[in-house]
Unconditional design. Structure first.
Lengths: 427, 507
């Protein structure tokens, strides 16, 4: 049986050969640091990919296991002196696994439901969110935690990582334009995300407030859907491509100076929309244009310069780099500059802030133990800084570290950089 | 200089039979299942890798060499290491130690198969004595992580190979690793005071002393740089240095290589010992600049990266003196990094230089020759000439202060002929280094990469003495066989044993 070709970017020889197996990535890789296994290091994973690509080794359980265990945090790209684009390689490996490998039934069903039947559909996300909200608010959650029934099903750890569902969803703001306060300095389109609409509505609202307060007209295009990052990272390329096509239609690029997102994970994928298509395809040009116009909100505001007046926030704050901002988009200084711009705010560096907190998209659900080990390390370092607030730049990281603050009772708030800016803006 | 080659099966060096076989004969022979079972009994099944798909991830390191072990094990205590070594000895199977596998000479590869002990899980600091500037670490401790831990007390571990963020101290000890700051602070051996060892029969012993000079034989010094051929190192006591009060990093830009080389000689002649003195040639710095944007001018012929450290007043005087020397030797410009960020950027250009060349060609071969400092200009001319003759781009990034060259030959491993020619060109460069009074290796070790070239530097008598030391500890070549001493083939050639580690991907 002939296999269907994998759509989108396919790495070529030079992409693999850039890895000169020097090993400088090893200690930068969270999973290598956990297990010290070459197979769970970037260098080892690339070698496994090469063997599979060469047809020397089939797509085995072992290969799938090691590729699944990769966080796709791309810290190895920052460490790599040779410029290996590991993200490209691992996403292709996952697309190959999706095509060539039959996962166990439960895993197949779960992946099908999440990537194909849930994330692309806002109404279904809303329905699930309402059910979840009922669970969280009706006392069921307290009951479940109290009775220990979750433990019985092995769900106790995962349940803690559930996002808290908002009282008001963000959906009603889609299609609206929020005018700049004062002099208009830019016009941007806001990317609202998928699950963020029901769990980070307040963060989205804060982002719009901060942007308008700094002289931006903010358009929230109607018809936008999930960016496709989770599907792309999981190797479900057809869904990611369909979502990308939809967003290419929904955003009128000529109308705005930038497409702005507050989610580093989404931003990283939006900036690589062209990877989902090949140069011969009709969408490729538009996807490249979209990619070039995408900015993380911290990056955009830093470049624009803050114009809103800020009041003092006398807080000790530490910053955890969101992997897909630092390693995926190579943005390191922008969020720190914004935090330093807030009067009275004392920014202390977090040791190992460039190491993943374990959130990594759905990693905390699929690889819960590893995720929680990374979280434990993270909260340990964060505690030692004595910071009252842990700031970061991505909703996934917020969820993970909020769970961490709860588990370890660290008494620390976990906030998006934009939420701190929002608090500091004088009305 | 003579080595007597005696066919394929064994090798005679000064009349002594060597018991190991050539790599091809044993490298892929699976271990007997009793050995695997024994290892599993000692360590538990999860700490023993023996399936082919796992083993092939331990057949490479940072070099172009290959060698696949028959099993890979992850002990966590010295006792376990000793038990593994004892088991291997019972079954007459060689044992190879490995840290992170970042080495550049194949030192941590299983040249003749056997059991590979990976020390990555023995990575704890056992003791950090900031007051007395000592640390006791397990061999799998990452070099950079030790410095991070010591920073709290204003201390650091001085040896800083380019791979310092990933490489292990055990590996540094085995290869006697250097780094850019070797010029002022010496190589690893200058920073190791005591070792715990497991000998080839499984015996555990300690050498050296924690404080003060050791009385009698410098046994710790004997084991540092022995490339795992005398014993396995299971615990290391190191010195930590206090961070200097002041550090200044200068970038001197030259329009010709000779000016840069003469500057290096003149600086040391004026009794200034920089903490580091690094040179990049024009072609290399252009390649690096493309990627790092360290501010190296694209039209220059060479840059020197000079670091001075010490008390603030001394450093200020030295900076002025070094600037003067540079300008006297026609430096176009001398820049002094204004802050930590600029300093880091300049160093990033240097430390990532090898990798940056990986962007230009699919594979590269990093050499490690040493020459007298005064002969840098002529050596660079010869390297260029060799590159032209073999039709390779050869970059030069090196520790100019101590004459440690790192020519880097760029090639495409898809072309088997190119690989062969790259090896030949490299051998010619190394031979030239030795001819003009230098050495085969400055800091990467001999490993399996340069074992065949050793006769260029050492006579039969030299080998005889080394062999006696080797045999006093490791008479059956049970530890890391096929390293340092030449096997039987080349007689002064680097002989490729297998295709380069990065192979062609037919896409």
């Amino acid at each position: 049986m002939a296999l269907s070709p994998i759509p989108g970017l396919i790495p070529v020889y030079e992409d693999y050969a850039r890895c000169i197996h020097c090993g400088l990535c090893l200690n930068a890789c969270p999973t290598y640091r956990l297990w010290n296994l070459e197979a769970d290091s970037p260098r080892g994973r690339i070698h496994q990919m090469i063997h599979v690509e060469q047809g020397e080794v089939p797509v085995t359980d072992s290969f799938v296991d090691h590729i699944d265990k990769c966080l796709d945090c791309r810290a190895c790209e920052t460490a790599c002196p040779s410029g290996v684009e590991y993200g490209k390689l691992v996403e292709y490996a996952r697309a190959r696994i999706e095509r060539d490998y039959r996962r166990p039934l439960l895993s197949r069903v779960a992946r099908d439901v999440v990537y194909r039947r849930l994330l692309p559909y806002p109404k279904r996300i809303a329905t699930v969110a309402r059910l979840l909200r009922f669970y969280q608010r009706s006392g069921l959650q307290s009951l479940a935690r109290f009775t220990g029934i979750l433990k019985l099903f092995g769900l106790d750890k995962r349940e803690r990582l559930l996002p808290r569902v908002d009282s008001n969803f963000f959906y009603d703001r889609l299609g609206k334009t929020f005018p700049a306060t004062g002099e208009r300095r830019a016009r941007v389109a806001f990317f609202a995300g998928c699950v963020a609409n029901v769990t980070f509505a307040e963060l989205n609202a804060a982002t719009i407030r901060v942007l308008t307060a700094n002289g931006c007209d903010v358009v929230v295009p109607n018809g936008q859907l999930c960016c496709g990052a989770l599907a792309a990272h999981a190797g479900v390329r057809d869904v990611a491509r369909e979502l990308a096509r939809n967003n290419l239609r929904a955003f009128l690029l000529n109308d705005v100076d930038a497409v702005v997102t507050n989610a580093a994970g989404c931003g990283s994928t939006l900036k690589e929309y062209d990877h989902l298509f090949t140069p011969g395809e009709p969408e490729y040009g538009q996807a490249s244009a979209f990619a070039k116009k995408t900015r993380d909100v911290t990056e955009f505001l830093t470049a624009l310069g803050l114009s809103a007046l800020l009041k003092a926030l006398p807080l000790r704050v530490t910053y955890q780099d969101s992997c897909h901002l630092l390693h995926g988009q190579k943005v390191r200084e922008a969020p720190r500059k914004l935090l330093r711009a807030i009067p009275g705010l004392d920014l202390v560096e977090l040791p190992y802030s460039d190491l993943c907190c374990g959130s990594a998209g759905v990693y905390n659900v699929t690889q819960t133990d590893a995720s929680l080990e990374l979280l434990a390390e993270k909260m340990h370092c964060a505690s030692a800084t004595g910071a009252q607030v842990i700031a970061t730049s991505n909703p996934g990281c917020l969820l993970q570290m909020r769970a961490g603050a709860e588990i370890y009772q660290s008494n620390q708030q976990v906030l998006h950089v934009i939420e701190l800016l929002d608090q500091a803006i004088l009305n | 200089m003579h080595v007597d080659c005696k066919g394929d099966a064994s090798l005679t060096i000064v009349g002594k039979e060597v018991t190991y076989l050539p790599a091809e004969n044993t490298a892929r022979k699976p271990l007997h299942r009793d050995v695997i079972r024994g290892l599993q009994n000692i360590l538990g099944a999860s700490m023993v890798l023996h399936r082919p798909e796992d083993l092939l991830l331990y057949e490479y390191d940072g070099s172009v060499e290959k060698g696949r072990p028959g099993a890979v094990v992850f002990p966590t205590t010295t006792q376990e290491v000793s038990q593994v070594v004892r088991l291997a000895a019972q079954h007459d199977v060689p044992v190879i130690g490995r840290g992170a596998g970042t080495g550049l000479s194949g030192g941590a590869l299983a040249r003749t198969g056997g059991v590979m002990i990976v020390f990555a899980r023995m990575n704890r600091i056992l003791e950090l004595d900031l007051e007395n500037q000592r640390a006791v670490v397990q061999p799998g401790m990452v070099n950079y992580e030790l410095t991070r831990a010591a920073e709290a007390g204003g201390l650091y571990f001085a040896p800083d190979p380019s791979s310092w963020k990933s490489c292990t101290i055990g590996g540094n000890v085995s290869e006697n690793a250097g780094g850019p700051h070797t010029l002022a602070y010496g190589v690893t051996t200058n920073h190791v005071t005591a070792l715990e060892l497991v000998l080839p029969d499984g015996e555990i012993c300690r050498v050296g002393s924690r404080h003060g000079d050791s009385v009698g034989y410098d046994l710790a010094g004997l084991f540092v740089g022995s490339e795992g051929t005398l014993a396995l190192v299971t615990e290391i006591t190191v010195k930590l240095l206090r961070k200097p009060e002041n550090v200044k990093t200068l970038l001197a830009i030259f329009d010709d290589v000779d000016g840069a080389s003469e500057t290096v000689a003149e600086i040391t002649a004026r009794a200034i010992t920089p903490a580091a003195c690094e040179m990049l040639d024009g072609w290399t710095l252009r390649a690096v600049e493309d990627f790092i944007h360290a501010g190296f001018p694209l039209d220059s012929a060479a840059v020197l990266l000079i670091e001075l450290e010490g008390l603030a007043e001394v450093v200020a005087a030295q900076v002025a003196a070094v600037e003067e020397v540079c300008l006297e030797h026609h430096a176009r410009e001398v820049r002094v990094a204004r802050d930590e960020q600029e300093r880091e950027l300049l160093w990033r250009g240097r430390k990532n230089a090898f990798g940056a060349l990986g962007r230009i060609a699919p594979s590269n071969y990093v050499l490690d020759g040493v020459i007298p400092r005064s002969k840098i200009p002529q050596a660079l001319r010869r390297i260029r000439e060799i590159g032209e003759r073999y039709n390779f781009k050869i970059g030069n990034i090196f520790h100019a202060g101590d004459g440690n060259l790192h020519p880097i030959v760029l090639f495409d491993p898809r072309d088997a002929g190119q690989y062969q020619r790259a090896i030949e060109a490299s051998a010619e460069i190394i031979r030239y280094c030795v001819e003009i009074g230098g050495a085969l290796t400055g800091e990467h070790g001999v490993g399996m990469e340069k074992s065949e070239l050793m006769p260029l530097l050492f006579s039969d008598d030299d080998f005889g003495l080394m062999r006696r030391i080797h045999d006093a500890f490791n008479p059956r070549s049970a530890l890391n066989p096929g390293k340092i001493f030449p096997l039987n083939k080349g007689c002064g050639e680097i002989t490729p044993r297998a295709q380069a580690a990065v192979r062609a991907v037919p896409l």
